[in-house]
Design a protein around this ligand. Structure first.
Ligand SMILES: C[S@@+](CC[C@H](N)C(=O)[O-])C[C@H]1O[C@@H](n2cnc3c(N)ncnc32)[C@H](O)[C@@H]1O
Length: 207
């Protein structure tokens, strides 16, 4: 594994060292592990579409949980057993066609894609909105009825609009910040389960 502590923050970071020790390619792996433990997202035998997947921590976790994975990223990704990797842009039609060429329906769509972070919340927010919308559009095309969706967003003005749009499509919905997210980060994850149709809100809260 070639994780290098590039920032002071990384060198002091518990999850950075834990990932290095436990063989995960990213500290982000713990965010998916924590969300899966809390909400039960991935099961043995599932097909998972992992958007913005490189270097591969979330794909590693999905495979460990018994899933088969189609992973997509602009950047290359070293091979992982059980993962079909597509190098492409999640906002492009060509990438969508390549995914369709591998598999048409998935049990779970996960997206941890990030724009290059500037540290300015507004700019990072607006850049992430395009990725969130692309992931949501993929979820609507590729999820099986009843499927689950997890997507990262950088919070900002558009968050309530995006969340109210998501909410229409899932039985269970939640905005969640896993313990492994950095305290000062504006990132938050939307978790939707029970895709398809329109539902009366049952559980709908934020933590
Ligand atoms: C935080 S990293 C993902 C980490 C990953 N979940 C893991 O555990 O290893 C965000 C990724 O989003 C990717 N990304 C950003 N914009 C993208 C786009 N338009 N299409 C595909 N991938 C994109 C970046 O290349 C980067 O690898």
């Amino acid at each position: 594994m070639s994780m290098k502590p590039r920032r002071v923050e990384d060198r002091q970071d518990h999850y950075y060292w834990k990932a290095k020790k436990e063989g995960y390619r990213s500290r982000a792996a713990y965010k998916l592990l924590q969300m899966d433990r809390k909400f039960g997202i991935i099961r043995k035998g599932y097909w998972v579409l992992d958007l913005g997947a490189s270097p591969g921590g979330w794909s590693q976790v999905a495979v460990e949980l018994g899933a088969s994975v189609v992973a997509v990223d602009l950047a290359p990704m070293k091979p992982i057993d059980g993962v079909v990797f597509i190098q492409g842009d999640i906002t492009s039609k060509e990438t969508r066609e390549m995914i369709r060429g591998v598999r048409e329906k998935f049990d779970v769509v996960i997206c941890d894609a990030s724009p290059k972070i500037t540290g300015h919340w507004d700019i990072d927010h607006y850049r992430s909105v395009e990725l969130v919308e692309a992931a949501f559009s993929m979820a609507r095309e590729f999820l099986k009825p009843g499927g689950s969706f997890v997507v990262k967003m950088f919070q900002g003005q558009e968050t309530p609009r995006l969340y109210s749009e998501f909410k229409k499509h899932f039985r269970f919905k939640k905005l969640h910040s896993p313990p492994a997210s950095r305290k000062r980060s504006s990132e938050i994850y939307f978790i939707g389960k029970g895709f398809g149709g329109k539902f009366r809100p049952k559980r709908d809260d934020t933590d």
